[in-house]
Design a protein around this ligand. Sequence first.
Ligand SMILES: Cc1cc2nc3c(=O)[nH]c(=O)nc-3n(C[C@H](O)[C@H](O)[C@H](O)COP(=O)(O)OP(=O)(O)OC[C@H]3O[C@@H](n4cnc5c(N)ncnc54)[C@H](O)[C@@H]3O)c2cc1C
Length: 428
Amino acid sequence: MTASFDVVVVGAGPGGMAAATVAAEAGCRVCLLDDNAGPGGQIWRGFCTETARKFPHGSSFARWAQRLERSGCQAWQGWHAIDQPGAGLLRLERAGEHRDVGYGSLIVATGARERFLPFPGWTLPGVMGTGGLQALVKSGLNARGKRVVVAGSGPLLLAVGAGLASAGARVEGIYEQAPLARLAGFGLTLLGQPGKLLEGARYRLKTLRSAYRTGSWVVGAEGRGHVEHVTLTDGSSDWTVECDWLGCGFHLVPDLELPRLLGCRIAGGLVAVDGMQQSSVPGVACVGELTGIGGLDKALVEGQIAGFAAAGRRAEALALEPRRKRLQQFAERLERAFSLREELRKLATAETLICRCEDVAFAALEGCAGWRQARLYTRCGMGACQGRVCGAATEFLFGWENATARPPVFPAAVSTLAAGSAEETMHR
Ligand SMILES: Cc1cc2nc3c(=O)[nH]c(=O)nc-3n(C[C@H](O)[C@H](O)[C@H](O)COP(=O)(O)OP(=O)(O)OC[C@H]3O[C@@H](n4cnc5c(N)ncnc54)[C@H](O)[C@@H]3O)c2cc1C
């Protein structure tokens, strides 16, 4: 083991940054680790304090990044938490190098990923996840002049459309599968949260030249060697839009692998936590998207509660409880507003690949009784992504729950696995 801390935080998105900052400010020895090169997670990806204020949510990033830096917290960037070799211990890997870190309290803030639903042509080059496309453009991919269709579900569609438009892309249309009536009802519930309404309006202003259609979804992507056009439907008529890129994702699903490996109780696809963000495993708290897809404010508030609780500052944690409740209710309303329509279960044909790592088509999975049998018979979910993509899809398509998590939770170098097992043998 290289080091031991009072508090270890996994995931340096807003939830993890807030947790690590308040715990370190309260005097704890804190380590914040993340698999990216810098802190920020998804929403603040690639931000740095000097330039962040130019971007949406950038001022908030700059404030938290400066506090984090001053707090005395150790930030370990580029490290994946891959295993729990013993009680109070995490195994980490970075580019083939490994180390263990010990903790008194653990705060897990590993965030969410996009849900992909397979449709004919979804594996064509040029078809990407909505957030994936956004991440590529944030990392320097030139979008100028590209014709882009954004489709799927969730508030991310508008945010990505706006980001692409600002980067010079021609956003040909934004297609949301949720029906207008449901979204209008959701919009009304936001009247008490003008900040969120304003944010949506700002994104829409940036994409005014693009159609925003509700109750519509992609049924196919076509092209020779690369996407050239996509076919969309509203359930009664179909139409085609030419494009260079399609960004398509169906809202978000929490990254539950690490909480599952640690033994945290999962309920309704989320980590079950109490008012102090404590999971069912003593000493392990979970925050942010893991406890409900609710966005930046929820992640920041929950992170602070868990950080204060880990530092024994219960009064400060309790003071945040009313905000936490409101933000959790917002997450529940978001989930209902963007719930997926039945028609999306019918998009894949017999030949459509469901597991693209192992080339497993829909027809091969239809006869399987569940996720475990599908893995054993077809190798679905056994490739490089370890079911991160096809797991959420098969859960929606077939109702299979993938309730297991085996180490390593991220693909790891053989040298890490071999070194790890040699150390464990020596310790026995
Ligand atoms: C692809 C994508 C794009 C998004 N874009 C926007 C947007 O433009 N606007 C918006 O309002 N919201 C966006 N969101 C939603 C946004 O992510 C959340 O609102 C917010 O960032 C949640 O914060 P968090 O701290 O819970 O998790 P995140 O910000 O997701 O942070 C989690 C961090 O943990 C790291 N991590 C995960 N597992 C491990 C591990 N085992 N070891 C080490 N590190 C690990 C991840 O790499 C990540 O850096 C996006 C979400 C996704 C998935």
